[in-house]
Design a protein around this ligand. Structure first.
Ligand code: NAD
Length: 365
């Protein structure tokens, strides 16, 4: 088959310990004289400190929730308009970055968030520039055109070029305070991005390379980052793994483990990374083929069975749930129906219908 692909990566990436200090330069680069800083509640004090040093920061919005709500997006967009922001800086985990991205897309024209969320109207042509500053090592949202936002229980992944940040500042120092359990959840999210980008039906050569390196980095560093959060070498390598994981799925998109993560998060309240990890080792076994065996050997593993074992080990180490019986009363029929119906399921290299998903979940009973 002839090899054809289109590769594009438009985000200017500033990476390194202490890189946050480059924020004024990045703002100047973008010609933004005033910005709104959207930050994780945990980073509010840090944000206040930045505001005292950087006059371009006109206001701070820190009311971001986990699984961010559309109401938070609307409030951040209103504040951006009020303070005359020309850019939005998102500093936090994926929830914060996704809030910043959505708010920047609707702020200038005061577009109705709900209509855009529902797809009833297109996002406006004008938007504010986004600078993404991740504080967890997981989502890769700093380099994707994805924003995941909820309205009540309905969690929606919107993939739209309007969400692509203009710049990313990846400063591993920010992740030093992430607690162990979140370190494990987010690290396994990065691993899921890399593996799913790699085995996606839409995979392509440049994303394959970032995926292999991201998998290698996670396997070599996640346990250390989990056990010793102050280990800056492990934190730096995990920040790089998450960035590369983001690049790995940005174009190919994710597949079955992410498709299953949505019902698992919505109905059983698993955090995003834990929800992706729940099926990841099962899917390594299901999706194992020559390409996956190649990746495994390239990262120093014997084979895909060893990769599945390593994922199980990390999940157990982090105290993540691995069996349906740990999720309370599970409606397996609904779970399989919802997973099968998710559009990302179409990216999985092996077709998984409800019966195949039932077999997978029954093995996790
Ligand atoms: P998160 O942003 O929800 O944060 C998880 C927890 O960690 C929060 O309690 C937060 O306060 C805390 N936290 C964040 N940074 C911290 C720090 N430096 N120190 C201490 N605590 C800190 O978690 P996440 O996993 O980064 O993001 C998950 C969200 O991102 C989900 O909504 C998921 O669907 C979405 N997501 C988006 C993309 C994308 O491309 N846009 C990709 C994957 C996931």
């Amino acid at each position: 088959m002839a090899l054809e692909f289109v590769y594009s990566q438009p985000v200017k990436i500033w990476f390194g310990t202490g890189r946050l200090a480059a924020l004024p330069e990045v703002l100047r680069d973008l010609g933004a004289a005033r910005c709104l800083l959207v930050c994780d509640p945990f980073l509010r004090e840090r944000a206040e400190g930045l505001r005292r040093e950087i006059p371009e920061i006109a206001a701070i919005f820190s009311e971001v929730e986990e699984n961010p709500q559309l109401s938070g997006v609307e409030a951040a967009a209103a504040l951006a308009r009020e303070c005359g922001a020309e850019a939005v800086v998102g500093m936090g985990g994926g929830s914060t970055l996704d809030t910043a991205k959505f708010a920047a897309a609707i702020a200038p024209e005061g577009a109705e968030a709900l209509a855009c969320f529902r797809g009833e109207r297109p996002f406006p042509a004008t938007r504010l520039s986004v600078i993404a500053v991740p504080s967890t090592a997981g989502t890769g949202s700093e380099v994707t055109q994805v924003s995941v936002v909820s309205r009540g229980k309905e969690k929606k992944t919107i993939n739209n070029p309007v969400f692509m940040p203009r710049a990313a500042i990846v400063d591993p120092c920010l992740s030093a305070s992430v607690p162990p359990r979140t370190t494990m959840n987010t690290g396994l999210d990065a691993l899921a991005h890399a593996l799913e980008g790699y085995w996606s039906r839409n995979h392509q050569p440049i994303s394959d390379l970032t995926a292999i390196e991201a998998v290698r980095l996670v396997l070599a560093n996640l346990e250390t980052a989990y056990r010793d959060g102050g280990n800056m070498e492990a934190r730096t390598n995990m920040a790089l793994a998450a960035l590369l994981g983001g690049l790995s799925f940005a174009l190919p998109k994710t597949a079955a483990s992410h498709a299953c993560s949505y019902p698992l998060s919505e109905d059983y309240h698993l955090p995003h990374g834990e929800a992706c990890a729940f099926t990841l080792d099962s899917l390594v076994r299901i999706n194992a083929d020559e390409r996956l065996e190649y990746l495994c050997r390239a990262v120093g593993l014997r084979d895909s069975a060893e990769l599945a074992e390593r994922i199980r080990y990390l999940k157990r180490l982090g105290g993540l749930r691995t069996r349906l019986s740990e999720l309370g009363e599970v409606d397996v029929d609904k779970l399989c129906r919802d997973c099968a119906a998710h559009p990302l399921m179409n990216n999985n290299p092996v077709r998984l219908d409800e019966a195949a998903l039932r077999a997978m979940f029954e093995a996790l009973a």
